[in-house]
Design a protein around this ligand. Structure first.
Ligand SMILES: [Zn+2]
Length: 401
């Protein structure tokens, strides 16, 4: 390194220092705090603010602490990735939630789920802290989340009120649901009653969805036709151990038409049908089981005659029995740690089934977390046990003895 260059660098360094010192002085002079008041005059955490370039900024840390405070109904998550300058702010409120993806130095903020919103001024970094224009809290979040805010500049006071809910701009999609809790595989699960004697009249027909040239849905390395067959075989092997014979509409990788599946049910003299499926969604977060019961029978009624083996259900209406079984399956799956719900859909096999029938979508293969736990054979085992627990509850006690 030669002397001239070294001097040049020294002088550049000292001028940088000068700028830094001036900035520090400037920020110290402009350091302020805005009083924040909630509904009915409740004092909330004050917001540390600074005037930068004529714009009032608040610190990201103070904003998050304020929203996350116990006196507000909001929760806030905030992340700043220094190398890329990306800032993400997620706010959950009583009506909705909003996630803004911002960039240091840029006024446009991407709203997760669609849309771009304009900030009054770009987010900045000062002394390692991220600063947002106060307009984010005084205008933007209230509009997105549906609450009111009044910024009294002269009084350095911000009034927030979430008790008079305003329609939020961010509308959550109807299907949006929290991720399921993965099954608690490590816990023992003993719901199968030790008295299979009363199940003598029970003959479950297991219908593993898809097969052959019809793989069903695929995702995260899993194929529906393989998983439904693995589950049906697991249910059947538990049945065998208890002395209950299950009938499978396919026991290999064969394609079955609706008619062939119906014929298998009729030939087998089955008493109850479980059609096994897995789901897929364009939304990767969609998750959980869906137990499907048929929609109400069309006018004029379904062509259902209670089959010979219907003693197991006491000869009751197969349509109502399907619904009862679906609710018991949902209950048992939930107890086994799965999360989901009961749906009513016009599924052809259910409408035409001669016996009480339930279609179960065990989970979403498009959801990476769910696919991961379904690739574990213990999950298949646990689901099979939960379905047996449901069948046990489905049979009125003492019947079939
Ligand atoms: Zn399917």
């Amino acid at each position: 390194m030669n002397r001239a260059k070294s001097e040049q660098q020294t002088s550049r360094r000292s001028s940088l220092w000068a700028v830094e010192i001036l900035f520090l002085l400037g920020t110290l002079l402009s350091a302020q705090s805005v009083e924040v008041v909630g509904p009915e005059g409740a004092a909330l955490l004050p917001l540390e603010t600074r005037a930068i370039g004529g714009v009032t900024y608040c610190s990201a840390t103070a904003l998050r602490a304020l929203l996350d405070g116990q006196r507000t109904p909001f929760r806030a998550q905030y992340r700043y990735t220094a190398p890329t300058g990306s800032v993400s702010l997620r706010v959950l409120g009583p009506q909705t939630e909003a996630t803004l993806r911002m960039r240091i130095g840029s006024r446009s903020a991407e709203l997760l789920g669609g849309g771009t919103v304009e900030l009054a001024a770009p987010p900045l970094v000062r002394e390692g802290e991220v600063w947002f224009p106060i307009q984010l809290l005084s205008e933007l979040l209230p509009q997105l989340m549906g609450f009111s805010a009044t910024y009294e500049v002269a009084n350095d006071r911000l009034l927030l009120d979430w008790t008079q809910a305003v329609p939020p701009l961010v509308q959550l999609p109807e299907e949006a649901e929290p991720l399921p809790i993965p099954p608690r595989l490590e816990l023992p699960f003993r719901s199968i009653p030790p008295a299979p004697a009363r199940w003598v009249n029970l003959r479950p027909v297991l219908d593993p969805g898809h097969g052959g040239g019809d793989p069903g849905v695929q995702g995260n390395g899993l194929i529906e036709k393989e998983l439904t067959l693995a589950l049906a075989r697991q249910i059947a092997s538990i049945g065998t151990a208890m002395g209950v014979r299950c009938v499978l509409t396919r026991n290999g990788d064969q394609e079955r038409t609706l008619q062939e599946r119906l014929e298998a049910i009729e030939r087998s003299n089955g008493t109850v049908l479980l059609s096994l499926h897995f789901n897929r969604s364009p939304s990767p977060s969609e998750s959980g089981y869906r137990v499907v019961v048929p929609t109400l029978p069309p006018r004029g009624g379904r062509q259902i005659v209670p089959p010979a083996g219907i003693e197991a259900t006491g000869g009751r209406d197969p349509f109502l029995e399907s619904q009862r079984l679906a609710e018991l399956i949902a209950q048992s799956l939930s107890e086994a740690g799965f999360v989901g719900k009961v749906l009513r859909l016009p599924v052809a096999l259910l409408h035409r089934s001669p016996v009480p029938a339930v279609h179960v979508e065990l989970g979403y293969l498009s959801n990476a977390q769910e696919a991961q736990y379904w690739s574990d054979s213990r999950t298949v085992q646990r689901a099979a046990e939960a379905l047996w627990a449901a069948l046990a509850r489905y049979l009125p006690s003492g019947e079939g003895r």
